[in-house]
Design a protein around this ligand. Structure first.
Ligand SMILES: NC(=O)c1ccc[n+]([C@@H]2O[C@H](COP(=O)([O-])OP(=O)(O)OC[C@H]3O[C@@H](n4cnc5c(N)ncnc54)[C@H](OP(=O)(O)O)[C@@H]3O)[C@@H](O)[C@H]2O)c1
Length: 434
């Protein structure tokens, strides 16, 4: 057995305490797998005297987490504080510049600063590992970096936020509206008191930008990810989707655009309609699911718990074991200095099918007017559904349209929204062919 490896944990909240528990509960197993003991030597949080349900008295306490990142008796700094800036970033930068390996679960930090942190880690010859930052317990970072290393990834599609998936799954099961299910998710602890990052798609976009960098060997480009959340999804859209043979999921999609179509990488987060029997449509509740298509392996699918103490700590400790074993793989598969900007393509260039719902006043000629506008924008209809027929009343008209460029679709919708008989902004959901 080799020399023990000394771990300092900055942040003793849900995940931090989970890591303390795993290291203590599975210490023998970890020793035999890593070939050396993983020993916690130092800890840091805001409140020293808070009862955290585990014995922390034998570890050195640091009131300032950056002191832990410099401490002589720490080989690996585990950053579990959170946030894309401030103390979390200071701790990680301090650790790297002091020659310590870093393990973090912080998707916001890696989403915003992943490329620069990877470069700094490489310069200082230390590891930067972040398996826990994406999809909790699912080893998707290792799958992309190691298991699929032989492949050119063509496309990656993921349900990467358990809160959104819980809300959408429950809306589909119960027919109840978004706000009601969100309140329930908060009461059950599946949504934060401020759920903005989750329900507006930002958390999914942080994770997607990290996975895209790994999949395509590019810099992390969170700033250019197209992001939409799920606030506007209504029970009526879910009902129509069902009737048309689809489910609605918040997906992160990263795909290689072939050179003949202009080249680049699509990176987008938005609600999608997916075929009822598509594997990803069966990922329900707080679970995460990811589909990766590689040129030789074809389609691979990963599913599991995307958050929570046990799954997230499991991923953090797996990174600790890798470091203890001596694995030194670049954070994003390639040397950080070889990563190139991804040429993330603007949303207007997406080509795909669409679902649109219009709320119109039911009178003669309305449908012909809508059809004429779509035709003028080269948008070709596939199917039409109408609910209720009541002269002079508001009714829903639903259409699916064939593959169309997003730009044309949006222009067509703007023109339709301006028609007198259209009484609400149209609701658009993209259909993904999975
Ligand atoms: N929770 C999950 O399921 C999950 C899943 C995947 C990834 N993550 C990521 O894991 C990280 C931690 O999440 P969490 O849920 O464990 O958060 P949390 O429960 O809110 O814990 C945060 C911890 O950071 C400590 N902290 C805050 N400011 C600090 C400072 N200035 N110096 C030192 N410590 C400070 C807090 O100290 P006090 O306890 O003293 O207040 C607390 O112990 C985040 O990046 C999060 O995005 C979480």
């Amino acid at each position: 057995m080799g020399k023990q490896i000394r771990v300092g944990i900055a942040g003793l909240g849900n995940v931090g305490i989970g890591v303390v528990r795993v290291l203590s509960h599975n210490s023998d197993l970890l020793l035999s797998r890593a070939g050396r003991a993983l020993t916690i030597t130092a800890i840091s949080a805001r409140e020293k005297n808070r009862d955290r349900g585990v014995d922390l008295t034998k570890f050195d306490w640091h009131g300032n987490a950056c002191d832990l990142a410099r401490a002589e008796n720490v080989d690996i700094v585990v950053e579990l504080i959170g946030g894309d800036n401030g103390v979390a970033k200071d701790v990680v930068e301090t650790a790297i510049s002091n020659g310590k390996h870093v393990v973090t679960a912080n998707k916001a930090l890696i989403g915003h600063h992943g490329t620069n942190l990877a470069k700094a880690a490489e310069l200082n010859k230390v590891v930067l590992a972040f398996e826990a930052a994406v999809a909790g317990g699912i080893p998707i970072v290792k799958a992309l970096r190691d298991g699929l290393a032989a492949n050119r990834v063509e496309r990656l599609t993921g349900i990467l936020n358990g809160t959104c998936n819980f809300i959408l799954s429950n809306m589909a099961e119960t027919g109840r509206p978004f706000a009601e299910i969100l309140a329930e998710a908060k009461a059950l602890g599946y949504a934060e008191s401020d759920p903005t990052f989750d329900i507006d798609g930002i958390d999914t976009a942080h994770k997607l930008s990290i996975l895209a960098a790994l999949a395509f060997g590019t810099e992390v480009d969170f700033a250019n990810v197209h992001v939409e959340g799920i606030r506007h999804i209504s029970p009526i859209d879910i009902e129509f989707a069902r009737e048309l043979g689809y489910g609605i999921k918040l997906l992160g999609v990263a795909a290689r655009v072939p050179d003949e179509l202009g080249g680049g990488i699509e990176q987008r987060v938005h609600p999608c309609m997916v075929r009822k029997n598509a594997p990803i449509n069966h990922v329900s509740g707080v679970f995460n699911g990811i589909e990766v298509i590689g040129d030789f392996v074809d389609t691979t699918i990963y599913e599991g718990r995307g958050a929570g103490q046990g799954p997230t700590a499991s991923a953090v400790v797996a990174d600790l074991v890798d470091i203890a074993r001596g694995l030194r793989i670049p954070a994003f598969s390639l040397k950080a200095t070889d990563l190139r900007p991804p040429n993330t393509i603007p949303m207007g260039r997406r080509v795909g099918a669409y679902y649109v719902r219009f709320m119109v006043v039911d009178r003669p000629g309305v449908f012909a007017d809508i059809a004429a506008v779509l035709r003028d924008h080269d948008v070709s209809m596939e199917s039409v559904l109408q609910r209720g027929r009541s002269r002079g009343e508001r009714v829903s008209v639903v259409m699916t349209v064939h593959e169309t460029r997003e730009e044309a679709m949006q222009k067509g919708l703007q023109a339709i929204a301006a028609l007198d008989s259209v009484v609400e902004p149209p609701s658009l959901i993209r259909i993904e062919d999975l």
